[in-house]
Design a protein around this ligand. Structure first.
Ligand SMILES: [Zn+2]
Length: 182
């Protein structure tokens, strides 16, 4: 039956909900339809446009820290399955500062990495083995969490998703191209 993007009252994306839940929120006047996908739902009493995007009538506070849980899947989504050292296909998760050296399992210390870079790095810092990060790892915006959770994005949702997470190919800080991987 599909899913709908749920926005906070502030239009900030919150999560993706099953269609049944979206319809209930609308019928209970807890949410309003912001974008529809063109179809209609029929019940005995009413006809309702199928919602693609709904918005909560009342603001819900979401603790910032809880927005994007750190998971392997979410890291791969943030880093677009690219090794953050050499841009090849990523297969591993790498701690920039190794855990054995006090590195934390946090968004700013975890990157997607190819097997070769991961193996080359071992328990060293990137600069100790001639690797450099293509961009500074950061906690992704909520939209990345949506992608990681849902797997694909309805084009109707796109106007409501922030697009500040697109990886820059012109990252001014790092113009080292490919690290040579033996
Ligand atoms: Zn690599």
């Amino acid at each position: 039956m599909g899913r709908a993007l749920l926005l906070n009252a502030t239009f900030e994306p919150l999560c993706v909900v099953p269609m049944r839940r979206a319809v209930v929120l609308v019928l209970m006047d807890k949410a309003e339809i912001i974008a529809r996908n063109g179809g209609e739902l029929h019940s005995e009493r009413a006809t309702l446009p199928i919602p693609a995007v709904i918005r909560l009538v009342h603001f819900v506070r979401v603790p910032f820290r809880n927005r994007v849980p750190l998971s392997r899947r979410a890291v791969f989504a943030r880093d677009r399955h690219r090794c953050q050292y050499c841009n090849h296909n990523a297969e591993n998760i790498d701690h920039v500062v190794p855990r054995s050296r006090g590195g934390e399992h946090t968004w700013d210390n975890v990157v997607a990495s190819c097997r070769a870079c991961n193996a080359r790095k071992e328990d060293r810092l990137p600069q100790e083995c001639g690797l450099s990060l293509r961009r500074r790892p950061r906690a992704p915006h909520a939209s990345l969490w949506l992608i990681a959770t849902v797997g694909s994005i309805d084009p109707l949702w796109e106007p409501y998703l922030p697009n500040g997470d697109k990886p820059s190919d012109h990252n001014g800080d790092h113009h080292h191209d490919h690290a040579v991987v033996a």
